[in-house]
Design a protein around this ligand. Structure first.
Ligand code: HEM
Length: 217
């Protein structure tokens, strides 16, 4: 179990309460604790629950992706702006995946340009970059379930670059991210958690806000 040291025999020969042997939690445990309730709320939000509704259709899905583009484009810009000159920015290309999906599903460049963009994405500095990576990579892992469901409901006209196309790339990235986080994130745990929480909150708020454009495009 993460965060627990192995039991050892105590000096008086008694097995002590688990809590006495609790060691410092891993950074991943801390991040999960900070964001667990937000993940649960966001997954159960009306916008995300619709993805699993029997009546969901391609027009609604396209509109959902348009809304997501309005979040991811400014978020990726904020990450690029806040990046350390020497540091590397994780390139998840979520907004380019959304562009591909929207193009495939018939959106023109002017439809895409007209989509509303979020004006209050959190700023991400180099100390908090792991928080961003956690949320984005984690959401790609959950995307597998979404793709599986949507493929069966929406049929061949829908495009799934954003939700991962059901390929295995997120797992490989996730494994190396976990190692990197524990090795290099320890001096910035607070900033990392705050960034992850901030992104979850902004994401949920953006999806819950009615779009200014009807049907979003
Ligand atoms: C209906 C919507 C969603 C469902 C059903 C869902 C489902 C899941 C599932 C099953 C996992 C575990 C994946 C695995 O370990 O292989 C996961 C992980 C995760 N998801 Fe979601 N997810 C949803 C939406 C989101 C959204 C919108 C975000 C972020 C904006 C998000 C962020 C994460 C994160 C950060 C993790 C990693 C958790 C960890 O292991 O610490 N998810 N999700």
């Amino acid at each position: 179990m993460p965060g627990l040291a192995k039991f050892a025999g105590s000096p008086d020969g008694q097995m002590r309460n688990c809590a006495e042997y609790r060691v410092t939690p891993s950074i991943m445990d801390t991040l999960r604790d900070a964001t667990r309730s937000r993940h649960a709320q966001l997954s159960a939000s009306p916008a995300m629950s619709r993805l699993f509704d029997v009546g969901y259709n391609v027009a609604e899905y396209r509109s959902h992706l348009g809304r997501l583009l309005g979040f991811f484009e400014p978020l990726e810009r904020a990450v690029a702006c806040g990046a350390d000159v020497a540091g590397s920015i994780p390139a998840f290309e979520r907004s380019s995946a959304l562009h591909k999906d929207l193009n495939t599903m018939g959106a023109t460049p002017s439809d895409i340009a007209a989509l509303e963009r979020c004006r209050w994405v959190p700023s991400i500095d180099p100390a908090s970059l792991y928080g961003y990576t956690y949320v984005i990579l984690g959401s790609m892992m959950g995307g597998k379930i979404i793709v599986k469901r949507l493929r069966s409901v929406l049929g061949p006209t829908a495009s799934f670059h954003f939700y991962g196309n059901g390929n295995g790339r997120p797992e490989a990235l996730w494994t190396s991210f976990c190692l990197d986080l524990e090795k290099n994130g320890k001096h910035n745990v607070e900033a990392i958690c705050a960034a992850a929480v901030g992104i979850f909150d902004a994401y949920a708020a953006w999806l819950s806000e009615p779009s200014l454009q009807s049907g979003n495009y």
